[in-house]
Design a binder for this molecule. Sequence first.
Ligand code: HEM
Length: 404
Amino acid sequence: MGTNPPVDDWATDYDIFDEDYVKDPFPVWDELREKCPIAHTERWGGSWLPTRYEDLQALVRMVPELSSRNVLVVSQKREDREFDPVLAEYGNSAPPITSDPPDHVPMRRMLLPLFSPKATEAHRPFTEALCHELIDGFIEKGTCDAALDYAVHIPAKTIAKVIGVDVERTDEFVSWIRGLLEEGNTDLEKRNKYNGILRQFFGELVDARKAAPRDDLISHLLAQEVNGQPVARNAVIGMCNLLLVAGIDTTWSSLGSALLHFATHPEHRRRMATEPDLFPSAIEEMLRVYAPVTMAREVTEEVKVGDVTFQPGDKVLLNFPAANHDPAAFEDADKVILDRKKNRHIAFGVGSHRCAGSNLARMEMDVALRVWFERIPEFQLTDPDAVTWVGGQVRGPRHLPFKF
Ligand code: HEM
């Protein structure tokens, strides 16, 4: 897919995988928002990068001109795709995230009741016990990797429980998802490999539940109808695949970023440890400031947005994280204000594809941070240089060496 020469001009040649940008993209967004609010690059297959809140709000509503059929920030050109027998059998869609009208709404409706506030709260005791158990595992040592020993397990095990897959296999699930979303971001062979593993895993499970239904999410989905017809097997496989993928890396990243913030901001840390009422607004502020997810859209018809014209086949990156830092939409946008009153961030996206799992993500962050602060009110990084980041589709820290 090409090499990675340094960037001279972010407006015309940005690189979403540039190491410094992945660590600290904020100055680039601020500059682009002022000078060139919708930047362009030829790198990684070519794409457009909007940075203003107002533009993001408009772009998500441009349906069907901007299609969700390809939401990955880097994609393989159709003609370059190697024939893959697993993908040929199971397909490559992940409804509802890859669905456009008219399929999108019925697919999304199947999932929403499973992630309602009430349905989500039912999982709180499990997540709470899990957080305590994880902390029990390292608290005596006085050190941990907060990304790998804590943050990753919370969304991974909770979503495994929600879907009804083996909670003891989450290390394996995480390795598949990292293969798909991290290494697979730029290494398309790896992406296909892990996509294939995931689809085969869920394919077998879906067939097993078809033969012998249980009281679980997969059986519930299989019992649904779309336009009077039983939902297609491949659609259920795609939905399960999406839930596991969307449920892990995203919340892991938000939680890791929040823990890193508190490890490096002593005043904020002390407030969190002593003001439990602060949690709801503080979590929203962490989501705003460290929004992890960038989605893409494929242009299907020529559209003009501001000074630029998108052509069919172009890719547009929905840079929700940059919009969350737009001073036109947020007072003191560059400041972290734990009790921010007005915070209409779009970390969960906006419009018809807005995150279906946001209640679950918020519950997990709330529990994970409450239990952490209750047990470990004081903590720091052992070595700031040892913190590592991933970026692209999902941005977040992957090593967080802490002492306490
Ligand atoms: C902090 C954590 C999370 C963030 C920041 C996040 C972010 C997002 C974003 C930005 C979208 C919009 C996609 C688009 O416009 O193309 C989305 C969609 C979605 N998310 Fe999340 N997500 C998170 C956690 C979760 C969790 C825990 C689940 C649970 C399974 C989940 C399930 C979904 C689903 C199913 C969609 C597709 C909705 C649709 O297309 O109608 N997400 N998410």
